[in-house]
Design a protein around this ligand. Sequence first.
Ligand code: ZN
Length: 319
Amino acid sequence: MKEPLFLDSVLQKKIWGGQKLHMVFDYDLPAEKVGEYWAISAHPHGVSTVKNGKYQGQKLDELWKHHRELFGNTPGEVFPLLIKILDAEDYLSVQVHPDDTYALKHEGELGKSECWYIIDAEFNAEIIYGHRAKTREELAEMIHDGHWDDLLTHVPVKKGEFYYVPSGTIHSIGKGVLILETQQSSDTTYRVYDFDRQDDNGNLRELHIKQSIDVINIPGITPKLEVTEEKIGLSTITTFVKTPFFNVYKWQVRGELALRKGAPYTLASAIEGEGQLLVDGKTYDLKKGDHFILPADVEAWEFKGELDLIASEPGAKNS
Ligand code: ZN
């Protein structure tokens, strides 16, 4: 039977989190400060469960292991992608993620390239994205001396923007930003600076200065993207990025939009509006906050309604 896999997923408490995941997406929050919803995940720190159809109740990591046909029999020990929604009520730590080579050697998991779609941003909100050090020595010196204002590049952000954050990019998400993140399935973060914040027990979070200096890209410039838009009737398909790890799109459905698969499988998240998804003659109601996978046997599908979705596919390295 050809059907989408709708998912129930795991929320994560964070010292920088807030209540927006409930206010905007109606998720039931387990705590006051919730930072992340791991919307599509097979990572051991928070695995999604299928909530409909033939595979109802099954975990995504188990499906990857035992039903690889759903993913077009693509290779790989772990499901390669992780989709999150993040509510930054306060700044995340200034951080960097290693690439696959460094992460496999030192952490035993994938590295992490990630990208962000800005779902919403408060007035004057910003991200930290890249740095100004010219050499690794200068970088190390500025980090050790805490010269953050000279070192870090601040970028103002608005709703609807998209940022690609390859491994090795120093970054932070600023206060008042709500994002959908598409990333490699990894939970390795090297914290460079945490604003000297204490957790509930008065402890500082661990920093990883040596690893950070090892993996931060020099020079610290950030990628320029060639975003393209295709109009289909009143609807729009935006292609944000194609990388070895993932391709990321926005589907703006205005009335209807019919699509065919362009990869072994497709991940999608409704972030705005409501409507329906039609697959193999069956209709599924969709609203913002719903996340699903279109497995390999779903060759074509259709949307109706007024809906914005962020979609992704495994990139060339993962398919
Ligand atoms: Zn990050």
